[in-house]
Design a protein around this ligand. Structure first.
Ligand code: BGC
Ligand code: BGC
Length: 834
């Protein structure tokens, strides 16, 4: 589908003063001079052509495939001639996400050696390693973690963005990688999308004003000089194109928008990206008007490469080629023909290599297209200076571990935190006196993982705690330091209880970490359990204590109750490792005047209700300052205007209660007695099953089941009449997590299954891990959705995502059943063989 594209008038939106587009339009005929395709000089190009003429077809096919370090070894790289590796969000050296920095560098050396010293190898082509350094070198323990992009959007400071890019590149170089899958230049239009925080703003002009600066910070200025000769790495703009237009905020969805909107809104950031010579572009998982971008030749080849003159390499997202019509993870000639140069095939690379090789040999994929893809990859390697760079550990900055989280890097991150904070309300309590007695409450106050969000050490940013963040500062610690330095006192009490009456309280609350899929929400509000600190605010207010609310969040949400309760309200976004930047703004100096003023302004409008597309409470660009002085407050209506309770799609059972529209059912598998549990205590199976309340987290936060199943067995399930489609989550390595406690060990086997439509579907999984749980202990058991699929379940129409059956006696308690990722589980079930 070739689309016709007039000159990009969107550039007039770009405010990047340093770019040649600043004064109006870019003239397409000028593109080749501005940046591309001249990314290498004549000598380099000659070398590329010489290499190409010597490469075997096997080498060429290997070159265009990228494997994940969790599924590939250096020997494989040698044997299959792979051109690149990546570490996905949950991969680390030796399977350890939290591996120390030196292991990352050692692994980089091992992959490099496999590409260069693998005999007989003629010609030898150095491998390139890509990583998601999306807010600092965020997979590495001890690295500087900058605010996520939504916070940077609030800062309105392009110079800061370039400095952040530069520091990120330096820290990446320490551990030996050459390529980051950043910046994300999405222009999110629906903040129910769980990836919205990865974008700077919903405003294309604001995003465009940052992109060029970030690319320059990461790569250095556009030129043919080797990137690796300076303190730099290759960048990637993602996810091309219109990932932020996904309908209903559904991850990996469809952008049903006009070509004009595609170009003016979502295309705008690609202009400064091209001008700044971005080396790589990653395509989106999403579709435009029903066609997956990874198979859209019109957009990838005709627009990006031909029209915009992009001369670098285009890479697919994680197994995204498998979603292109007519493709699967193991085979996708259509993506290559569409213009994708490298396929990210994390675990599918081996089969993909074999099928692609066969398709080239039988002419399905043309040799010309393969040569073009390989040449583009080699040009990026040439531009990096990879052929001369030597092994990763021999390059400048490598192994200088002190640079990870170096004080001067952290100082910039702290500056970024200060600049990103948005003051939404201040009736006069701010700035606080640091010599006062300060109570710090709320469940988010002393939690660095939480303030860092997704894409931090682990994929979803879950499963880590403060001990995994050496050198970082939680919001609480930052406040404590500021207060004790000024002779005041600070007390941490998450639930807001205090011994001595404080002069003021700071209540930190908001979202918990999430990334892809997991962060998609049905409406713009917090889950019920995350609203508990608002009750704490209310209690403190009732006791006459002034309250400052600090919200950790990836997006603006309907929180009118908190806004009403608090005397001041600060949005901190996802500030990262330098929590002290928050205290910097909350307290006055010795002279009573604040040391810094607020400069953060909303990067997108703040909603008045939980409804996407509903009325706005604070417009784009809103943000109060100390200079404005205290402002009066008119109480807001506390009506979310939506029917859902904010639990989220992936939560089926929470605090012992089935989440709407789900029900908790105890039944006999072969029919007969069925009990729908609404109130407790309840009795079913003719008296052989009882359900009572028990405590977990909160009073009566769980349900306790005592089962004596007898002949027909017993089933406990969470089900609904309306099926849900879990195929996307199944693809994305999501697990069914059940928070359980075994009270009386089972006397017979226990299995887990799902139901599709009216029938149980797929073979029940034996799950010996469940029997292995230590009695009396609360544990989170995770079962990969893939196991149900492998056992034959049709994941597109699930009516019971959780179904436990047993044939004997069993006592257990359960508080929660929800989708989640492996790092949230204490025990992960293995899929049974066969
Ligand atoms: C994400 C990308 C990321 C890639 C590698 C994908 O699932 O969409 O943003 O770069 O994984 O981790
Ligand atoms: C990986 C991520 C990737 C995601 C895609 C995860 O298992 O760790 O990097 O983005 O899968 O679904």
């Amino acid at each position: 589908m070739a689309i016709v594209l007039p000159a990009f008038s969107a550039t007039s939106l770009a405010q990047d003063q340093s770019s040649s587009a600043a004064n109006g339009q870019v003239h397409p005929e000028r593109w080749p001079e501005v940046a591309y395709p001249r990314i290498v000089n004549a000598e380099g190009e000659a070398r590329i052509q010489a290499l190409l003429s010597h490469m075997s077809v096997e080498q060429k096919v290997g070159q265009i495939i990228q494997a994940d370090i969790g599924s590939v070894t250096p020997d494989d790289v040698c044997k299959y001639h792979l051109g690149s590796v990546l570490n996905g969000g949950n991969s680390g050296p030796g399977g350890n996400d939290l591996a120390p920095a030196h292991e990352w560098l050692a692994l980089a050396d091992a992959f490099y050696a496999a590409s260069m010293e693998c005999a007989p190898r003629d010609p030898a082509i150095p491998i390139m390693w890509g990583t998601d350094a999306v807010h600092g070198h965020s997979n590495i323990v001890g690295a500087t973690l900058f605010p996520h992009n939504v916070g940077l959007g609030a800062a309105r400071d392009p110079d800061l963005i370039e400095r952040i890019g530069r520091i990120t590149a330096i820290e990446i170089r320490v551990t030996g990688q050459e390529w980051t899958f950043a910046p994300t230049v999405t222009v999110p239009q629906d903040y129910r999308w769980g990836r919205a925080y990865e974008g700077y703003s919903s405003d294309p002009a604001l995003v465009a004003s940052y992109v060029g600066r970030m690319v320059r910070g990461l790569q250095g200025p556009p030129s043919t000089a080797p990137i690796l000769a300076g303190p730099h790495v290759a960048a990637s703009t993602k996810h091309f194109l219109a990932d932020g237009a996904t309908v209903d905020g559904k991850d990996q969805g469809d952008a049903v928008i006009s070509e004009l909107e595609l170009r003016l809104v979502h295309g705008a950031p690609y202009i400064p990206a091209m001008e700044s010579g971005v080396a790589t572009v990653m395509t989106s998982f999403s579709s435009w008007q029903g066609v997956k971008i990874a198979g859209n030749k019109g957009l990838v080849t005709d627009v990006l490469k031909d029209r915009l003159g992009f001369g670098g390499l285009v890479i697919t997202d994680w197994n995204a080629h498998g979603q292109v019509a007519g493709c699967n993870n193991a085979s996708c000639p259509a993506a290559i023909e569409a213009g994708l140069d490298m396929l990210m095939a994390p675990d599918s690379w081996r089969d993909l290599y074999a099928s692609t090789l066969a398709q080239v040999q039988n002419g399905t994929i043309s040799m010309a297209r393969l040569d073009d893809a390989v040449a583009r990859i080699l040009r990026v390697k040439e531009r990096l200076g990879l052929f001369e760079a030597g092994k990763p550990s021999a390059r400048p900055l490598s192994g200088e571990y002190d640079l990870l989280g170096a004080p001067e890097h952290r100082a910039v991150a702290r500056e970024a935190v200060r600049k990103s904070l948005v003051l939404l309300k201040n009736t006069g309590v701010l700035p606080l006196k640091p010599s006062a007695r300060i109570l710090v409450a709320g469940d988010g106050a002393d939690d660095i993982a939480r303030q860092s969000g997704g894409w931090t050490l682990t994929w979803q940013g879950t499963g880590v705690d403060n001990s995994d963040f050496p050198g970082a500062t939680s919001l609480w610690r930052g406040i404590e330091q500021a207060v004790s330095a000024a002779g005041g006192s600070a007390e941490l009490a998450p639930d807001g209880t205090f011994e001595r009456r404080p002069d003021a309280a700071i209540v930190v609350f908001g979202e918990t970490p999430y990334a892809e899929f997991q962060g998609d929400i049905p409406s713009l509000q917090l889950r019920p359990e995350l609203r508990r600190p608002i009750a704490t605010m209310r209690k403190l207010k009732e006791a006459g204590i002034p309250v400052v609310a600090v919200m950790i969040t990836g997006r603006p949400l309907y929180v009118n109750e908190a806004l009403n309760q608090a005397d001041a309200f600060v949005t901190a976004w996802l500030p990262g490792s330098e929590g002290a930047g928050v205290a910097d703004l909350l307290f006055a100096g010795e002279d009573g005047a604040p040391a810094y003023d607020f400069q953060g302004r909303l990067p997108t409008a703040w909603p008045a209700t939980a409804k996407h597309g509903g009325p706005t409470l604070f417009p784009f660009g809103f943000g109060q300052t100390y200079a404005d002085g205290p402002q009066p407050w008119k109480p807001l209506p506390e009506d979310s205007q939506v029917a859902d309770d904010g639990l989220g799609k992936g939560v089926y059972f929470d605090q012992g209660v089935a989440a709407a529209p789900w029900s908790l059912i105890v039944s006999q598998p072969d029919g007969g007695d069925t009990l729908r549990v609404t109130t407790v205590p309840a009795t079913g199976l003719s008296g052989r099953a009882t359900v009572t309340a028990t405590d977990h987290g909160v009073q009566e936060g769980a349900r306790q089941f005592a089962i004596e199943s007898g002949e027909g067995g017993a089933a406990v399930e969470i089900s609904s009449h309306d099926p849900v489609d879990l195929s996307r989550e199944t693809n994305g390595d999501v697990l069914m997590l059940a928070t359980l406690r075994i009270d009386t060990p089972p006397t017979a086997s226990v299995s887990l299954s799902v139901r599709c439509g009216d029938a149980e579907c797929g073979r029940p999984l034996a799950v010996p891990e469940l029997r292995g749980l230590e009695p009396g202990q609360w544990r989170v058991l995770g079962v990969p959705l893939k196991c149900f699929a492998a056992a034959g379940a049709d994941m597109t129409r699930i009516t019971a995502p959780f179904r436990l059956t047993t044939g004997g006696r069993l006592g257990f308690s359960m508080s929660r059943v929800a989708l989640g990722s492996a790092d949230e589980a204490d025990t992960v079930a293995q899929c049974p063989e066969g």
